[in-house]
Design a protein around this ligand. Structure first.
Ligand SMILES: [Zn+2]
Length: 345
């Protein structure tokens, strides 16, 4: 595992520049007679086709953020350092090893190694598959091998950003009684935010924590003008008990009476722990799952009706850091646990 992960780290694969690594991954997978391999851009899909009752998907992205002078890899004690070691070539190494080693899984497996995760959605290889070849992503459960400290992080919260516009009437500040100050009007919007009590919904036995927060405010025209508009940007992080449209409705309700414009939206993903495949996976890992508060690509599966979990080696808080590293022991434990689950031991 150490040699393989180190080799993956040492092939640079910054976003938009994954071709060489994708070539190597494709080549390695094509050597496996038990896998059928397809490629779309720099995204590789390898599948077993044993006619099993269940299919699971194991995925990871090939790209990294730009180098922070942390190439090539280095090993210090039981840690492997280097660009992408944590996010997420350690996880990719585990998935590649599984793809080669597990020839007769008890559930069919689709392995997805994709490009463009660290950049805008339009470049995301998983999204491209979802748009162009959704049948390749069909599964009863997906596991994304993003770093989760080798524990299960289930589902993910959704996020929307809205702009709440407070209207006013412009006038000279020397005759302010002729105007209506939109910036003063923002006080009411901020008061609603201050009074808001974020929910803590329980989904599949996991408690999520929501948040509704102002993340920006703008208004004002000149030093002598009563402003006729103020805009408060609000971010709502919502639990996977709500669909995207329900989350948007909820925010509109909080700011009833104001114009609310949605400027960014990403759905939440249900943890899917009610599915047999997920329950058995939790049993194989032997540790209680935690809710995922951030947003990850698992939500792209939600849109396809596939429940998804995050499970991979490495501390997520080290992702994108210059000193990112992965504990070698976690590479082994993740491999062993997934292998046990796939062969049903
Ligand atoms: Zn990542």
């Amino acid at each position: 595992m150490l040699t393989l992960t180190a080799a993956l780290v040492d092939v640079p694969s910054e976003s938009h520049d994954e071709a060489r690594l994708a070539d190597l991954v494709e080549e390695a997978l094509r050597e496996q007679a038990h896998l059928s391999v397809e490629r779309l851009g720099n995204t590789i899909v390898a599948r077993t086709d044993l006619g099993r009752a269940e299919r699971v998907l194991i995925g990871g992205h090939l790209d990294t953020v730009p180098s922070a002078g942390n190439l090539p890899h280095r090993v210090e004690g039981d840690l492997l350092f280097g660009l992408g070691s944590c996010d997420m070539k350690g996880g990719v190494a585990v998935a590649l090893k599984l793809a080669a080693a597990v020839v007769e899984p008890i559930r069919d497996v689709t392995y997805v190694f994709y490009e463009g995760e660290e950049v805008a959605s339009e470049f995301n290889g998983l999204q491209r598959l979802a748009d162009q070849r959704p049948e390749l992503l069909e599964a009863h459960l997906a596991i994304l091998m993003e770093p989760s400290d080798a524990g299960i992080e289930a589902g993910c919260q959704g996020t929307i950003r809205v702009e709440v516009t407070i209207p006013g009437v412009r006038s000279h500040s020397a005759r302010s009684w002729m105007g209506v100050n939109a910036v003063h009007g923002a006080a009411e919007v901020l008061a609603r935010l201050g009074d808001y009590e974020p929910a803590r919904p329980v989904v599949d036995g996991l408690e999520y924590r929501e948040g509704l927060n102002a993340v920006g405010i703008r208004g004002g025209i000149a030093g002598t003008v009563i402003p006729d508009e103020c805009v408060v940007t609000v971010n709502y992080r919502f639990a996977p008990d709500k669909r995207l449209d329900e989350a948007i409705e909820h925010v509109r309700g909080v700011f009833a009476g104001y114009s609310v414009t949605v400027v960014d939206e990403s759905p939440a993903a249900r943890p899917g722990l009610d599915r047999a495949a997920a329950r058995e996976f939790v049993a194989a890992v032997g540790a209680a799952p935690r809710p995922k508060f951030g947003w990850t690509d698992v939500a792209r599966f939600a849109a396809l009706g596939v429940p998804a979990l995050n499970f991979g080696p490495g501390d997520p808080s080290l992702a994108h850091a210059a000193n990112e590293h992965v504990p070698i022991a976690q590479l082994h434990s993740c491999l062993t646990q997934l292998q046990r689950w796939l062969v049903g031991e």
